[in-house]
Design a protein around this ligand. Structure first.
Ligand code: PLP
Length: 225
């Protein structure tokens, strides 16, 4: 991999984002050389979807790099990731939130978490319905959590070139985000993250209100691969 190309593509992506939209460079399955090059160019936030890979890369990069756990997280993997994750994007049950909270307390960290919604039609996508999110936010687990802090919402759109469909799913995500903010986080400025948009659809996501995009292949992989 030519790291100059990686940096050039990263600059393109970054340059297309409005101020205030955070870029998480999704480095899953990407080697350390390219990640280091991007770090040296100034990127700090990286996204991984496997705990083991996140831990290895976290240990290999300088301590001020941020590691976002963007994939589905099993409860038995929480212990590994909580000491190192800057944010956990895929919280989809009270039990997972509780496990993160317990582990955060044990290691003395507060972990920003996003509630993942299922807005895409594909059956395999993880995430909650509005009813499930309401149940979580009305639970004793949420009320008592001091070390797992819910700071926003995450979603993935259907993988399709149908712009209207993808935008519709992003719009729905934003509605859900605003609904939760109104009903459960009124006056809490910390509830502010709407994580949506990947390589193929981040421009649409940003137009529909995303505050954080998770972009991998558009940075790390040459077009056509
Ligand atoms: C892989 C992944 C991404 C990045 O996907 P690209 O299409 O490579 O940009 C974003 N979010 C999640 C949850 C992912 O698993």
């Amino acid at each position: 991999m030519d790291t100059r190309d990686v940096i050039r593509r990263w600059e393109e992506v970054k340059g297309s984002l409005p101020e205030g939209v955070k870029l998480v460079a999704v480095s899953k399955q990407v080697g350390l050389e390219a990640i280091r090059a991007l770090y040296e160019a100034g990127q700090r936030a990286f996204g991984e979807n496997r705990v083991q890979e996140l831990l290895e890369k976290q240990a290999a990069l300088p301590g001020d790099a941020e590691w976002h756990m963007i994939g589905h997280l099993q409860r038995n993997k929480v212990r590994g990731v909580v000491p190192f994750a800057s944010m956990i994007h895929g919280v989809d049950s009270p039990r997972l939130l509780e496990a993160i909270d317990r582990e955060g307390e044990r290691v003395g960290r507060v972990i920003p978490c996003l509630l993942q919604f299922r807005v895409a039609e594909e059956e395999s996508k993880f995430g909650m319905t509005l009813e499930e999110a309401r149940a979580l936010l009305e639970s004793e687990t949420f009320a008592g959590a001091r070390h797992a802090r819910v700071v926003g919402v995450m979603s993935m759109a259907t993988f399709t070139s149908d712009e209207g469909k993808v935008r519709g799913e992003f719009r729905r995500s934003r509605e859900l985000f605003e609904l939760l903010r109104r009903d459960y986080f009124a006056g809490d400025a910390g509830f502010e993250v709407l994580s949506m948009g990947m390589s193929g659809d981040y421009a649409w996501a940003v137009e529909e209100g995303s505050t954080l995009v998770r972009v991998g292949s558009a940075i790390f992989r040459p077009r056509g691969c």
